[in-house]
Design a protein around this ligand. Structure first.
Ligand code: HAM
Length: 418
């Protein structure tokens, strides 16, 4: 019997795994420069947190949660997203009583029981950012700009930012009613009719042609915004323009999570087929209260690391990743191995990436391993070299080789590499 990774999951192996780390790093860098602090919350939370926070009518909560009852009878769920947990932590630790805004970023694994397909997995990776405690449109613009910066830093050219406002507790209910009135008059199937009653905004997102055609003339939330929301949205756009961020207005953009208010946005990539959203987010001014916290507004996003990898591949972008090996040591015989292990350790202590041909292969096999390692220098030694107190230093790019005194070899390599 043998095992494979569970359906909808995959293993991340070198060299792709290096690119993954580089993507996460590129996403985090603009955040660190803007004063966001790193936060880690548990990978599982009480199930009720997501039911109340993400919303009981969302697909995420009704169909996609990995929920289970523990041996101690606790109802817990593997986190399907990060915002609810971060806000829970901020409320629990009374961060609202300190310096505002509270700026946090995170990176980790998330879980949704989805139908797997290209770009849609059951275990996936996000880098996220949340700015809490201040309702300032300049903060919405800051966080959006930081996400766009990450994609620019990754060298992606085909990422488009879509922007919308979903209104607030004053104007959204009015819009919801208008939209429901419109949708109830359409010829829709049973399930979609149910959705009209529970979560009508999601019907706007229905990709099936027969539904999409019918909702083409649906009222838009932009036409229902109250004065405060309109002014807020205008300010967000003014700040985005000032920051040099480009976007497309997306009056039909609705997001899959219930907590959003006002500013919502998504980054999409044209080269990814159906799963085109590489990242998304928005403002969520009522989330804290919905999970039992005080009034504590927030805005944030999460960028999908897996889909960003696919976007890089679609654009044939290679990210520079640190060379895993600069020097490769090839010992011929047990005594040479002892000496070269000492050289390898000395190089590593100087911060130079070095490796050795383990497993006592012959010269040919070991030199092949040296080539494959990506190293530019090989250090070769056999008994005759040891007797002469030297090792052979070979430049793997030119093939040039020369003996260097054993005591000088680390310094010699260090000079050659810098
Ligand atoms: P989301 O739009 O559900 O938002 O997810 C953000 C990103 O995570 C998506 O754009 C996508 O790239 C990636 N993603 C989501 N589901 C999957 C999946 N099954 N497989 C691969 N990638 C996936 C959120 O999660 C919100 N918490 C974002 C947020 C933060 N809003 C405010 N603050």
């Amino acid at each position: 019997m043998s095992f494979t990774a569970p359906k909808g999951t995959f293993d991340l192996l070198p060299p792709d795994s290096e690119t993954y780390l580089a993507v996460r790093e590129a996403m985090a860098r603009p955040l660190r420069l803007a004063g966001y602090g790193y936060v880690e919350t548990p990978v599982f939370e009480e199930t009720a947190l997501f039911e109340r926070g993400v919303g009981e009518s969302t697909d995420v909560v009704t169909k996609e949660m990995y929920s289970f009852v523990t041996r101690g009878d606790d109802h817990v769920t593997l986190r399907p997203e990060g915002t609810a947990g971060v806000v829970r932590a901020a409320v629990q630790h009374r961060l609202y009583a300190g310096q505002l805004p509270v700026k946090l970023w995170y990176s980790g694994s998330f879980f949704r029981y989805e139908r797997p397909q290209a770009g849609r997995y059951r275990h996936f990776s996000q880098v996220g950012a949340e700015a809490l405690g201040v309702d300032d449109p300049a903060l919405d613009a800051e966080i959006v700009a930081l996400g766009s910066q990450a994609y620019a830093d990754l060298g992606l050219r085909d990422v488009v930012l879509l922007l919308n406002s979903l209104g607030d507790a004053t104007c959204r209910p009015v819009y919801r009613q208008r939209l429901q009135d419109f949708l109830r008059a359409l010829d829709l199937d049973e399930e979609t009719r149910r959705r009209v009653e529970i979560n009508p905004l999601r019907v706007l997102d229905d990709k099936r042609p027969e539904v999409a055609a019918q909702v083409a003339d649906a009222p838009l939330v932009a036409d229902s915004l109250c004065d405060e929301c309109r002014a807020h949205y205008d300010e967000v756009r003014r700040h985005l323009s000032a920051a040099g961020v480009t976007w497309q207005e997306a009056p039909r953009l609705v997001r899959g999570l219930d907590y959003y208010t006002r500013t919502t946005f998504e980054w999409q990539h044209a080269g990814l087929g159906a799963q085109s959203a590489v990242g998304g987010g928005g403002r969520y001014d009522g989330l804290s209260e919905s999970i039992g916290g005080p009034a504590f507004p927030g805005v944030g996003w999460a960028l999908g690391v897996d889909r960003t990898m696919l976007a890089l591949r679609a654009e044939e972008r290679e990210l520079p990743t640190p060379t895993s090996c600069a020097v490769f040591a090839v010992p011929l015989g047990a005594a040479a191995k002892d000496r070269l292990l000492a050289v390898v350790n000395a190089l590593r202590n100087k911060g130079i990436a070095a490796d050795l041909a383990f497993g006592d292969r012959g010269l040919k096999g070991a030199m092949k391993a040296a080539d494959r390692s990506g190293a530019t220098i090989a250090v070769v030694a056999g008994q005759r070299d040891l007797d002469a107190g030297v090792v052979q230093v070979k430049d793997l790019r030119t093939g040039a080789q020369k003996p260097v005194a054993f005591d000088d070899v680390v310094e010699h390599i260090e000079k050659g590499l810098t």
